[in-house]
Design a protein around this ligand. Structure first.
Ligand code: NDP
Length: 385
């Protein structure tokens, strides 16, 4: 049996935990190269020890002493800081799982792409912000990019063996989040605790809020635009509260292929880990008779303007998606800390896109600079409110 090496960027998060759960079940097939976190040093050290990692990295350098202490005598290398994170991501690995949350994952993900590692991408914000800069790097370095996001993984599976020229449309499904049935008044009073309580999926706080605002689906629309370049006009969104159909592709002859599965990230992650083969997962098989019905309806962009804003940013191209993403990250953090209202997230994003329109980025440095300036201006907007 051949052993493959894996690096997990964002090992202490929700996607990181699901990935390590699958690796744990097939320990003889994997050698863990690097595991990273932001600052959860104890959690990271415990994982590095359990999986016998070569290297553990915390992005926040102030957390390195704690990591070093926890790994003392183990022989596992411990590093800290943004540069160390990028250097670690640039080390060769058969598979790099990019699962850092937010644009913070951009530079390390790009480093893995430039190394030519196969990259399983969960970190959608990185692709949304860097867009053409990232897809150009993928092409230049001959990197294989596997989509982890359940919708994009579904589309990837539906497209397998088909010519993209025959695609009539691609439909991303959305659960609609916990506030799917809420009116404007209720949305204005939504609390962080309510927003992170997703009806179908168990995820990190930021993506849970994105799911509640529908920015998650909007970001996914931009992500799909880069991963499957069939034309924005062919990309659609439909609300599907049961989260069983993960997305679908319609072809010119009228055939629609869909991928179905339980609402468990281990299914799309397993598809990436084993690709192009398949592996077992502990997930319960679908019981369609027990589910009874699968329903679909159009999104309501009046209550949830995020998908409209994201589509417009994708149409605009250039720096717009990076500005949108940065504004959303700052607004979500402000909402989670009780600093701003739920409905202000989309308002703030729209305001910043209207006020800040830098030239299109052509390099990773440009994207990072646009992201930093957009964050600074988003903080200003928060203070003005
Ligand atoms: P979590 O918040 O659960 O985990 C985030 C991970 O990133 C943690 O390991 C965290 O470290 C690390 N991290 C946070 N901030 C930084 C930083 N500034 N620098 C370096 N590392 C950092 O997120 P999720 O696992 O939910 O999501 C990860 C990505 O996957 C997101 O882009 C999300 O959109 C995407 N995704 C998630 C899905 C899910 O089901 N959760 C589904 C589809 C996509 P620490 O623990 O130390 O804070």
């Amino acid at each position: 049996m051949t052993t493959r090496t894996i690096t997990i960027l964002g090992a202490t998060g929700s996607v990181g935990a699901s990935t390590l759960d699958l690796v744990r079940r097939e320990r003889d097939k994997w050698r863990v190269e690097t595991l990273t976190a932001n600052c959860q040093a104890q959690e990271l050290a415990a994982l590095a020890l359990e999986f016998g990692a070569e290297l553990a990295v915390v992005a926040d350098p102030s957390c390195l002493p704690e990591l070093r202490e926890a790994l003392a005598g183990s022989g596992i290398e411990a590093l800290g800081g943004a540069d160390a994170l990028v250097e670690a991501a640039a080390r060769p690995a058969d598979l790099t799982l990019a699962a850092i949350v937010g644009c913070a994952g951009l530079a390390p993900t790009m480093a893995a792409i430039e190394q030519g590692n196969t990259v399983a991408l969960a970190n959608k914000e990185a692709l949304v912000s860097a867009g053409d800069v990232m897809t150009a790097a993928v092409a230049r370095h001959g990197t294989t990019l596997l989509p982890v996001d359940s919708e994009h993984n579904a589309i990837f599976q539906c497209l397998a063996g088909n010519d993209p020229a025959h695609v009539r449309s691609i439909t991303l499904t959305a659960s609609g989040g916990p506030f799917r049935e809420w009116n404007h008044q209720q949305l204005a009073a939504a609390t962080p605790a309510q927003a992170v309580r997703h009806p179908n999926w168990s995820m990190g706080a930021k993506i849970s809020v994105d799911s509640a605002t529908m920015f998650n689906k909007g970001l996914e629309l931009i992500e799909a635009h880069h991963l499957f370049p069939v034309g924005l006009e062919k990309l659609r969104i439909v609300i599907h509260p049961q989260s069983v159909v993960h997305s679908m592709v319609e072809f010119r002859d009228g055939s629609t292929l869909a991928q179905l599965g339980p609402s468990d990230m281990r299914v799309p992650i397993a598809s990436c880990l084993a690709w192009p083969a398949r592996m077992d997962t502990p997930c319960e098989p679908l019981d369609l008779a027990a589910l009874g019905e699968l329903t679909f309806r159009a999104p309501d962009e009046d209550r949830f303007p995020a998908t409209r804003l994201c589509r417009q940013a994708a149409e605009q191209g250039g720096a717009a998606p990076a500005v949108l993403n940065a504004a959303n990250e700052i607004a979500v953090a402000a909402f989670l800390s009780g600093q701003t209202a739920f409905t202000r997230i989309a308002v703030m994003v729209e305001e910043l896109i209207g006020r800040y329109a830098p030239a299109a980025p052509v390099s990773l440095g440009d994207v990072i600079a646009i992201d930093a300036e957009a964050r600074r201006r988003a903080h200003e907007l928060l203070e003005l409110a």
